[in-house]
Ligand binder design. Structure first.
Ligand SMILES: [Zn+2]
Length: 207
């Protein structure tokens, strides 16, 4: 494998490939590699998000973006193996904060209305071959709105089980209302994702 030959010039455990590309994009696979474009205004976010997949097997928590994966549209799902999404809203596999109802209420309908409007605009920009700077501007506006909206939810910052995760609007739940695996907001990883990352660091660093 040519890429591994090149990479082996330096000792490493994880590999993230940086692509000289303005168009927004990236990917990450657990135990394999991650990729991120470096000339988008969102490159830093993309790098960290994709590294989360690659390093700690984190699932995408978003569900309103167009992705190439099939969604079932159903409400019954098998329990995902990733640490940060569950199919069991009333009894999630992570430890929740006290006094947080399960599943945890949030203004899902309003979030989806806004999200779909942004998706439509994104598709329109792509179809018209608009300059990437316009896409960056759209994402920046979206980030501003979502950061404020999610940050003002009653259970913001609490660990519960918020419906809508891993491409499924129904029947899959994420641990916090916001997280870098959910939006491009500058909120870092939620606490369940952080714990999963720490587990991997411990596995690699403990004697
Ligand atoms: Zn998370």
């Amino acid at each position: 494998h040519r890429m591994r030959d090149v990479a082996s010039s330096a000792p490493y455990d994880f590999l993230e490939i940086l692509v000289n590309e303005k168009q927004y994009g990236g990917g990450g696979i657990f135990n394999d590699q991650a990729t991120a474009c470096v000339d988008s205004a969102f490159s830093e976010y993309i790098f960290v998000h994709e590294f989360g997949h690659h390093f700690a097997a984190l699932a995408d928590e978003y569900y309103t973006s167009p992705v190439s994966y099939e969604t079932t549209g159903g409400t019954e799902h098998p329990e995902p193996w990733e640490p940060n999404v569950t199919a069991n809203g009333p009894h999630p596999k992570w430890t929740t904060d006290p006094d947080v109802p399960l599943p945890t209420p949030w203004e899902k309908d309003e979030f989806e209305r806004h999200s779909h409007a942004y998706q439509a605009e994104r598709a329109r920009l792509r179809a018209s071959n608009a300059p990437e700077s316009q896409m960056d501007k759209l994402f920046t506006d979206q980030r501003t709105w979502e950061t404020k909206f999610l940050g003002s939810q009653k259970y913001a910052g609490k660990i519960g089980a918020f419906e809508g995760a891993e491409y499924e609007p129904r029947g899959l739940y994420r641990p916090e209302v916001d997280c870098i695996m959910f939006t491009r907001d500058e909120v870092g990883f939620c606490r369940v994702c952080r714990k999963a990352i720490e587990r991997i660091i411990d596995a690699y660093s403990s004697p």
